[in-house]
Design a protein around this ligand. Structure first.
Ligand SMILES: C[S@@+](CC[C@H](N)C(=O)[O-])C[C@H]1O[C@@H](n2cnc3c(N)ncnc32)[C@H](O)[C@@H]1O
Length: 444
């Protein structure tokens, strides 16, 4: 495709001579019959056409499908959508969200349920395969991964049969005419749907799918574990001034307060699942309650509380988070631990201040356990290098992206840390996402 470069006076000097590439338009290609070979990261499967990789959506490894190439603009791979299934896998089932099924026009299928046509147990095997492959390729470790379902007692009301009814946060979008819906898969086009099966039942009922919101940008649906569910309309003149409403989330015997629009784990049972996983994965023989323990990317203090509950009232732990409101809540949520602190900071800068500490401060860090729960992009080289320099006894890494985790496991291996334990959980049934909790320890 020919790109036209727009000339704007002053644009070149403003960008100091750098040219910014215009977003690439996808180039539609042919309709193909494809043998689907294996799963890839991102919820698509790998097929081949004349030697070229084709990433195909809405298929299952082992199937033969008729697929429309939606982007033939790359030399090395194309992207395609399944139009119909010519030979179905025994793992195929009715899609849990009829509107996302292959029976609908690809451009009209909502995103966010890209595994909904696959038996639940097989979804977990595919997620395990992606994590195992990523760890082998990027992390340099062979690890036999099993992805476990959320335990039903931790997620009351969530269907264990088909993986529906778990989402406590849903963002819908509003189009130019004010119509509401999710984005179509792999696009920013709002599509109309009549149901939200992945949402917890109270949100599925509340969702204003047939209403119009002219001028609004998005509709956020929030169902805290305690108190009423809410529909929040975002857009010009609609965001209320002043402090955002505060909600409560209950995990076991604990209540966490947070802003209604603040970060919280999305699956109804996720916070309890991760609490248990972190408590189990911290090696008690390596844990020193008086060391300078850390909970990095700490949100409102969920995982610092998990460590505190596991090791008792005397635990020292600092939770570090970039969002000021979240750290204010974390300070209050962790008030009962005299040794707990909540710090507002970017993790990389915070680690720089730790690295500049005195010899006795550095010794306290050397004995520390550091829990780290970064956003989807992972910790990355800069943070990993700083962590390795602090040389804590153990790291407990909570990850929502297998490739970012595997990359960071690889970086940590270069810096003398090895993967010692790993658990993976299906905190996002019917999507391709998977959560993992890993313990890495210093090789001595
Ligand atoms: C995956 S959430 C985890 C939150 C918390 N551990 C929990 O389970 O509720 C990641 C958090 O990291 C915060 N964050 C993102 N980038 C950050 C950075 N560079 N430094 C500090 N916090 C950051 C986000 O605001 C978010 O609260």
């Amino acid at each position: 495709m020919a790109h036209t470069r727009r000339r704007q006076s002053g644009a070149r000097s403003a960008s100091r001579g750098r040219r910014t590439a215009a977003p690439r338009e996808p180039q539609p290609g042919p309709t193909l019959e494809l043998e689907v070979e294996r799963i890839a990261h991102g919820g698509v499967s790998v097929a081949r056409h004349e030697g070229r990789v084709v990433f195909v959506a809405d298929a299952i490894p082992g199937e033969r499908v008729l697929a429309q190439v939606v982007d033939a603009g790359h030399d090395r791979f194309w992207r395609a959508d399944t139009l119909s299934v010519l030979r179905a896998s025994t793992d195929r089932r009715e899609h849990v969200w009829p509107e996302a099924s292959v029976d609908r026009e690809p451009a009209q299928r909502p995103g966010g349920a890209e595994f909904g046509h696959i038996r639940l147990a097989r979804q977990r095997e595919l997620k395990a395969e992606v994590l195992r492959d990523a760890l082998a390729r990027m992390g340099g470790v062979e690890w036999d991964v099993e992805v476990l379902p959320v335990r039903p007692e931790l997620a009351p009301g969530v269907s264990v049969d088909d993986g529906t009814g778990w989402r406590t946060r849903v963002r819908l979008h509003v189009d130019a005419e004010g119509a509401v819906g999710p984005y179509a898969a792999r696009s920013h086009t709002v599509v109309h749907v009549t149901s939200l099966p992945l949402a917890v039942p109270e949100l599925a009922e509340l969702a204003p799918l047939d209403e119009r919101f002219p001028g609004a940008r998005a509709i956020d649906l929030v169902a805290p574990s305690s108190g009423a569910a809410a529909v929040v309309v975002e857009g010009e003149g609609r965001t209320p001034r002043g402090e955002p409403p505060v909600i409560e989330e209950v995990v076991g015997d604990r209540t966490f307060r947070l802003d209604r629009d603040g970060f919280w784990q999305v699956h109804r049972g996720a916070a309890a699942t991760l609490t248990q996983a972190v408590q189990e994965l911290v090696d008690p023989d390596r844990f020193d309650p008086r060391a300078a323990n850390q909970d990095l990317y700490g949100g409102v203090g969920l995982l610092a509380a998990a460590v505190g509950d596991r090791f008792g009232a005397g635990v020292r732990i600092t939770t570090v988070e970039a969002d000021v409101r979240a750290t204010e809540h974390a300070g209050a949520n962790l008030a009962e631990w005299v040794g707990a602190r909540a710090v507002t900071a970017r993790v990389d800068r915070y680690l720089d201040t730790l690295l500049a500490g005195s010899a006795s401060e550095r010794a306290g860090l050397h004995d520390a356990t550091i829990v780290i729960d970064p956003p989807r992009s992972g910790a990355g080289r800069d943070v990993v290098d700083r962590l390795a320099e602090l040389a804590p006894r153990q790291l407990v890494y909570v990850a929502c992206d297998p490739v970012a985790l595997a990359r960071d496991v690889g970086f940590l291996a270069e810096r003398g840390y090895r993967l010692e334990a790993l658990r993976a959980f299906d905190l996002f049934p019917n999507t391709h996402h998977v959560e993992a909790v890993a313990r890495l320890t210093a090789i001595v």
